[in-house]
Design a protein around this ligand. Structure first.
Ligand SMILES: CC(=O)[C@@H](O)[C@H](O)COP(=O)(O)O
Ligand SMILES: NCC(=O)COP(=O)(O)O
Length: 276
């Protein structure tokens, strides 16, 4: 019946709206482990160890709800073949979140974010406006400025069945988020770098408040809220407690570093304990 009444895109949006509403109501925050840094270590010797799929299996067995990768055009860490291998491994087990700049076109062995999404159809694609050569992500989209460029990309990703999340700074308004929702965006990911820096300086107040306000504006516009960048066992608890309905955190750099001391499975379980 529903199939006859609605197009594929409309059906997808209805499913997403139900999922988003469930997330906003739920106290659960999904932990998506970013495996970029496993690939950094492997690439430093140009061989196959440490094995990114083995790391993913360990995280899944420890209870994580998702795996994140952020392939970059310079192939410094996760490479297209990793994206493909993880897709096979994760399907039907945990969520798969692929991050990247949708405007960085194909280059050499890097086919571009959209091409990878067409191939592996991850659960979620997080659009991040990185420029080439950035050491790491350090800002989000200017939604009002970028909306027309994003529109066709978001539409295609929705058609592919991917949930779309936009990486944003903690300074956006409900109006901007309403525009994002209108083109099919289902989530935002708050860039938490400034919060992490402020927390390290024992003064998280203003940066955290900005995240709280941004999360509230997004939820008012019907978007679910993810967060990521430089989150760690030290700063995650305070963040989680401040953001009701936090749907997902993606954590890589600190988690993989901490795993050197305690092991990957124990570290993942520590994060899950914080998110409980
Ligand atoms: C969007 C974001 O904050 C993360 O993806 C972060 O940029 C990790 O990417 P790198 O591991 O390449 O630094
Ligand atoms: N989206 C953020 C992410 O995937 C991991 O960021 P970080 O923990 O490596 O800073």
């Amino acid at each position: 019946m529903i199939g006859a009444l609605f197009s594929a895109t409309q059906r997808y949006r209805i499913r997403s709206a139900v999922a988003t509403a469930t997330c906003i109501d739920s106290a659960m925050t999904l932990l998506s482990v970013n495996l970029n840094k496993i690939a950094v270590l492997r690439n430093s010797r140009g061989d196959t160890e440490p094995d990114i799929c083995q790391a993913a299996r360990t995280c899944i067995e420890a209870g994580c709800g998702g795996i994140t990768v952020h392939p970059r055009p310079d192939l410094r860490h996760v490479r297209p073949d990793d994206v493909r291998a993880l897709s096979t491994l994760l399907r039907g087990r945990v969520e798969y979140n692929i991050e990247g700049n949708p405007f960085a076109g194909p280059r050499g062995a890097y086919p571009g974010l959209l091409a990878l999404a067409r191939e592996v159809r991850p659960t979620q694609v997080t659009l991040v406006p990185d420029s080439d050569g950035q050491i790491t992500s350090d800002h989000g989209f200017d939604i009002l400025r970028d909306i027309e460029r994003l529109r066709p990309l978001v539409a295609e990703l929705c058609e592919l069945g991917c949930r779309v999340s936009l990486f944003v700074d903690a300074d956006n308004t409900t109006r901007a988020f309403e525009q994002a929702a209108a083109i099919g965006v289902q989530r935002i990911e708050i860039y938490t770098g400034p919060y992490a820096r402020a927390f390290a300086e024992d003064a998280p107040g203003l940066a955290l408040e900005a995240c709280v306000t941004t999360a509230r504006c997004a939820q008012q516009a019907g978007l679910a809220v993810n967060a990521g960048h430089d989150l760690s066992q030290k700063n995650l608890g305070t963040f989680k407690a401040a953001i009701p309905g936090l749907a997902e955190v993606s954590i890589g750099h600190a988690l993989i570093g901490e795993a050197l001391y305690e092991g990957l499975a124990v570290t993942v379980r520590n994060y899950l304990q914080i998110l409980r």
